[in-house]
Design a protein around this ligand. Structure first.
Ligand SMILES: [Zn+2]
Ligand SMILES: [Zn+2]
Length: 382
C-alpha cells in the first residue's frame, strides 16, 4: 500500500498542478501513471470519450455479490493561491482550494490498499471531473458510464472540512448538503425620457416588484423547519438618472435541503416572474440552470451502517453533524445510488473551503484512508 510519504508526495504534486473542471488533462495522466504502478491483477481501467478526463477503475472482488463505488472529484478553482507553500500552485490563477487534491490522494490510497488486498465485493473508484461547475457526475452518468456487471449498488464519497480536527469523520442521516440552482431573469420593456413615462415601459419598476415578491417564496411556501434560500445577488438596469430603463437583468441562487423544496421554489419563482411580466406588460426571459445541484441525501440503511462502523472502529474519531448549505455534485449520484457522503476534518479553522489560503493538515490523509478501507471491508461482509 502507498506509504504516508508517497501519499504526501502525490498530494503535493496534485496541489502544485491544479486544473479547472473538464480540463483536468495533466491530472488525468498523472493519476493513470500512479494507478499503473499498482498491482494490476484485479484492476481494470476505463475512460469514456464523452468525458475524457474521467477515470473509472474497477477492482474485481474474490466473491462478489455487489459493487461498492467510491467517488473523488478532480477539479480546482479559478483562484490565485496565497498560501506561500513550497508546493503552491504552479498554474496561474488556479488552485486546489476545495481540497480535491486530498480527495484524489485518498482515492489512490484506497485503490493501492485494495489492489494489494483483494476485496470480497467489486469496488469501483470513480475519478470525477468538474465537480465545481460543470456537473461532471451527471455528464458521466448520462454518457452511460456506469453500466455492465460493475454498475454500482452503493456510492460513497467524502469532502474535506477545515473546521473539523484532522482525521475526524462526520456525517448524518438524511440531507448532508443542500441542493442549489442559479436563475437568470430579464424584464424587457421600453426605454424613454424620464419625463414621459406614458411613452415608455419601465423595467426597473417591474424588476423591483419581482425582487420584492420572491422574498415570499421561502416564507410562504416552504416548511419553516425545512428552510430554504432565495438570494438575488445581481441586479443590472439603467443608463442614466433621467432615462427610463427598458431592460433589467437579475441573477440569483436558490438553495434547499430537499429536492422537493428545490422544485417548489423553482415553480413559485417562475409563477411570480410570469405574473409580474404580465402585470407590467414586460417581455420576460427566465432561465434556471439545467438540472442544478441536487441535495446530498444520505441513504438511511447505508448510513446507519456507516455511523455504527465509525462509532465503534478503533482509532476513528467520529461525530454526527448538522447539514450544511453548501452544494455538492455528489447529490446527483446520491439521488441515483444508495450510499453515504461524509466530512473528513483537515483542521484549518481560520480558512473556509475556497479560501486562497486554505492549507489542510496532511495527517488527515492516512487517517481517512485507514477509516475508509476498514469501513468498505466491513460493508462487503454484510
Ligand atoms: Zn468547492
Ligand atoms: Zn469541493
Amino acid at each position: 500500500m502507498l506509504t504516508d510519504t508517497a501519499l504526501i508526495q502525490i498530494r503535493r504534486h496534485l496541489h502544485a498542478h491544479p486544473e479547472i473542471g473538464l480540463k483536468e488533462v495533466a491530472t488525468h495522466d498523472f493519476l493513470l501513471k500512479q494507478i499503473a504502478k499498482l498491482p494490476q491483477e484485479n484492476l481494470s481501467i476505463e475512460t469514456i470519450s464523452e468525458v475524457p478526463t474521467a477515470i473509472l477503475v474497477r477492482v474485481a472482488g474474490f466473491a462478489a455479490t455487489k459493487t461498492l463505488a467510491w467517488r473523488t472529484d478532480m477539479d480546482a478553482l479559478p483562484i490565485m493561491e496565497k498560501t506561500g507553500l513550497a508546493f503552491a500552485s504552479q498554474n496561474d490563477r488556479v488552485m486546489h482550494a476545495c481540497g480535491h487534491d486530498f480527495h484524489m490522494t485518498i482515492a489512490l490510497g484506497l485503490l493501492s490498499y485494495f489492489a494489494e488486498n483483494q476485496p470480497k465485493d467489486n469496488l469501483l473508484v470513480f475519478f470525477q471531473p468538474a465537480e465545481e461547475n460543470e456537473f461532471g457526475g451527471k455528464r458521466f452518468f448520462d454518457a452511460n458510464g456506469f453500466h455492465d456487471q460493475f454498475k454500482p449498488d452503493e456510492f460513497y464519497a467524502l469532502h474535506v472540512n477545515p473546521l473539523l480536527p484532522a482525521g475526524q469523520m462526520a456525517t448524518r442521516k438524511g440531507t448532508l448538503f443542500a441542493g442549489s440552482n442559479e436563475l437568470r431573469v430579464s424584464f424587457i420593456g421600453r426605454s424613454g425620457h424620464a419625463a414621459y413615462p406614458q411613452k415608455a415601459n419601465d423595467s426597473i419598476v417591474a424588476a423591483a416588484n419581482f425582487v420584492t415578491s420572491v422574498q415570499t417564496v421561502v416564507s410562504r411556501n416552504i416548511d419553516p423547519i425545512e428552510g430554504g434560500v432565495v438570494t438575488i445577488g445581481k441586479f443590472n438596469s439603467g443608463q442614466a438618472m433621467n432615462i427610463i430603463s427598458g431592460q433589467a437583468d437579475i441573477e440569483g441562487t436558490i438553495r434547499s435541503f430537499t429536492q422537493a423544496g428545490m422544485e417548489v421554489m423553482t415553480k413559485h419563482i417562475r409563477m411570480i416572474a410570469q405574473g409580474v411580466a404580465a402585470a407590467f406588460d414586460q417581455e420576460l426571459k427566465l432561465n434556471f440552470r439545467q438540472g442544478g445541484y441536487m441535495p446530498v441525501v444520505n441513504d438511511k440503511e447505508a448510513t446507519d451502517f456507516f455511523i455504527d462502523y465509525m462509532e465503534h472502529a478503533a482509532q476513528v474519531d467520529f461525530q454526527i453533524v448538522e447539514p450544511a448549505m453548501i452544494a455538492e455534485d455528489f447529490g446527483f449520484l446520491s439521488n441515483h445510488f444508495k450510499g453515504t457522503m461524509f466530512w473528513l476534518g483537515v483542521n484549518d479553522p481560520t480558512h473556509t473551503l475556497h479560501s486562497n489560503q486554505l492549507n489542510p493538515d496532511e495527517s488527515a490523509i492516512m487517517k481517512g484512508i485507514n477509516a475508509i478501507t476498514g469501513f468498505l471491508t466491513a460493508r462487503m461482509q454484510k
